[in-house]
Design a protein around this ligand. Sequence first.
Ligand SMILES: [Zn+2]
Length: 274
Amino acid sequence: MPELPEVETIRRGLVERLVGCQITGVRVRQAYLREKVEVDTLETSVVGRTIVGIERRAKYLLLQLCPEGILVFHLGMTGRLWLGKPMAQDAIHDHLIFRLGPNLELRFHDIRRFGMCFYTMAQALLDHPRFRHLGPEPLSLEFSSLYLQKRAQGLWKPVKNFLMDATVVVGVGNIYASESLFLAKVHPSREVWRLRPLHWDRICTAIKEVLQAAIDAHGTSFSDYVDSEGRRGDFQNQLLVYGREGEPCTRDGRPIRRIVQAGRSSFYCPSCQR
Ligand SMILES: [Zn+2]
């Protein structure tokens, strides 16, 4: 599943080639994604407009259009955006095809169809049911140790589950939560009300470091993630605990352990994470 660093990598790749392009046509082969694609709205509101910028909020890609409007994509579990020369034949899971003049097209391809695509306006986005509860971006100034302390007050919840809650902070997925807690030397099961300011300082710094390093490495490729150019990420080679059960901790050589929390695997060192 693409996480924040992967989506950010895709965004950067698309910005270079997509900004300035006019959408000249749209073809919907399969409207039944996670939410039904509104075909009429795409045809009337998107076709004829020019892409003037691409932003990211959480794991959503926001294509800013002129005249004003936003075309929103979410890649779900297996979604991909292919940008390239128009193809004579559609692949089986190419659901949406946006024509960008005679020589370029953007294809939304999604095997499991958990992805989404919809059109909205900038003001409406803030109140949109999928956006209004989202916590701050982890790489923003708003996301600070003090902010985490306030949000954690009185909560009886394991710290890993707390960090993966998108209303607390967006984009800290399973892999990145394990890696951040290892760097911060905090046990993933620690209840948040027990953590002190010094722990939150370390956690906040670690999350920013891990996500920035993952973006710098163009994301993590485990199964089939590739960016808009078909390139794989490289961060899987830099993981310190995730997927390393039984291997020695890089700090003290003790074997990494795996536990299951809220149905997801957590990896940690029982010796240096307390
Ligand atoms: Zn250790």
